[in-house]
Ligand binder design. Structure first.
Ligand code: ADP
Length: 437
């Protein structure tokens, strides 16, 4: 690798592809690694990469582990390329600021600031293309405040406060402030002046208001030379300009071209978000074949993986041209019933384990076009498939690109969908998009 300009650490795998997607669309050449690369990683294929996104699965693990993994990713990123002094670091989390009171956004940001010896950074999960906007420090999901949106019922990271200054302040000893909408509307020079003001008053992290792409692009100039940025994927659209990158639509289409799709099609869904529930319901209403992974059966010790794969084999024998859906996706009430029996962590793990074993089994059966719904679920599936690197392809919908991976069993097109993303017909759109290119 010769000149990595931007080193990114993402706290989940769908978030990583989401960020990589936005950087590609801004004209950057991006490689995404699954976990921190080891010596066996093939670096030769990485010539002329502008940005590297290291995908971790660190959103809901203990804070100390998230810190350790993030610092390991930082050290690896800093060891790459020749222009390390100017390497900017981007800590990517969810556009709904998914975290528990224990972290991990605050603790990881603290650790990265210490390691980079920097005393100021921003925190901005805004992603207007997906309806995530921030006003006076309050995060909106579409027309709803975060705590009134479906995120209040998230199985692992229920978000019960929409005031991000308060949420972040609960996770860090450093003082958290705000760069508000008036400052952002006034442009990058005024933002830079505000940062100096905040620093003078002892504030070292600032939530940034943003409600449009135009604001994110203009504000992006103020993040130039900031050693550390923390954000969702939205602000990525304002960064390529800082590195002198201005791509045309043609450049972007060329950079995101993937090999032709092959093999069978499947969807594995472990997200319980409002959007995914609607997508699963729509897929079934349209006559799509589906298999429900019932957590109660998993708890009872049934071999649900074997049942699911036997079902899939039977379905593929009938038709090889239709995608199959395997899902654990459930309503908040059903999720609560499972969690009451097993606890939050154990139920999440049990279901992720089953879904990832099923994903692997599906690929063994010949699936080569795989959509996974859910951040944690995607992490588990990609790990089970032994994927080390993803090449970022064309966007299916904001925040979700097709990617291309080399696995032990061959080449695979995979789309990792963050729970809340995508239109109600996302699953069909995804396969259609791959077919038409
Ligand atoms: P999202 O992207 O929507 O946050 P994730 O995959 O990150 O989705 O998180 C969903 C979590 O909920 C996973 O840990 C998954 O295993 C768990 N889960 C899925 N279905 C159920 C269910 N029926 N009951 C309880 N937990 C579930």
């Amino acid at each position: 690798m010769s000149r990595v300009l931007l080193g990114c650490i993402a706290d989940d795998f769908t978030g990583a592809t989401d960020l990589a997607n936005n950087l590609v669309r801004g004209g950057m050449r991006v490689v995404q690694t699954i976990g921190v690369p080891t010596e066996s990683t093939n670096f030769d294929a990485w010539a002329d990469v502008d940005a590297v996104v290291v995908a971790l699965k660190s959103r809901t693990i203990p804070a100390s582990d998230a810190v350790a993994q993030s610092l390991q990713a930082l050290a690896w990123l800093q060891s790459q390329g020749q222009s390390n002094e100017s390497l900017q670091i981007y800590f990517k989390y969810c556009s709904t600021f998914d975290s528990t009171d224990a972290g991990n956004i605050g603790p990881v940001t603290d650790a990265l600031m210490d390691a980079l010896q920097t005393n100021f950074t921003i925190a901005c999960p805004a992603f207007p293309d997906n309806g995530r906007t921030i006003f006076k420090g309050y995060l909106f999901v579409g027309d709803e405040l975060l705590h009134e949106s479906g995120m209040r019922n998230h199985p692992l990271t229920p978000m019960l406060d929409s005031n991000l200054v308060r949420v972040l302040q609960a996770q860090t000893q450093r003082k958290v402030g705000l760069i508000d909408y008036k400052t952002v509307a006034a442009g990058s020079a005024v933002i830079t002046a505000r940062i100096a003001e905040l620093q003078a008053s002892g504030i070292s992290m600032a939530i940034v208001d943003a409600t449009s792409n135009a604001e994110l692009v203009e504000a992006g100039k103020a993040w130039k030379n900031m050693p550390l940025i923390t954000a969702g994927s939205g602000i990525a659209i304002g960064l390529p300009q800082n590195f002198g990158i201005h791509a045309t639509a043609e450049d972007i289409a060329k950079a995101s071209k993937l090999p032709a799709p092959q093999g069978l099609q499947a969807i594995v869904s472990g997200s319980c978000s409002v959007a995914t529930n609607a997508q699963v319901a729509k897929f079934m209403a349209q006559g799509g074949s589906s298999f429900h992974v019932d957590p109660q059966q998993l708890i009872a010790g049934a071999d649900v993986t074997e049942q699911a794969l036997a079902w899939a084999k039977e379905q593929f024998a009938k038709s090889i041209s239709k995608p199959l859906l395997v899902y654990a996706t459930s309503t908040p009430e059903q999720v609560k019933a499972v969690q009451a029996k097993l606890g939050v962590e154990k139920s999440g793990e049990l279901i992720e384990h089953a879904l990832s074993a099923i994903a692997k089994g599906l690929v063994d059966l010949g699936v080569r076009q795989l959509v996974v719904a859910g951040g944690e679920t995607s992490g588990a599936c990609v790990q089970a498939l032994g994927v080390k690197q993803l090449r970022i392809g064309p966007q299916i919908s904001p925040g979700v690109p097709w990617t291309h991976a080399i696995t032990n069993v061959g080449e695979l097109h995979v789309a990792l969908k963050s729970g809340n993303f995508g239109s109600v017909d996302f699953f069909n759109e995804a396969f259609e998009q791959l077919k038409t290119g």
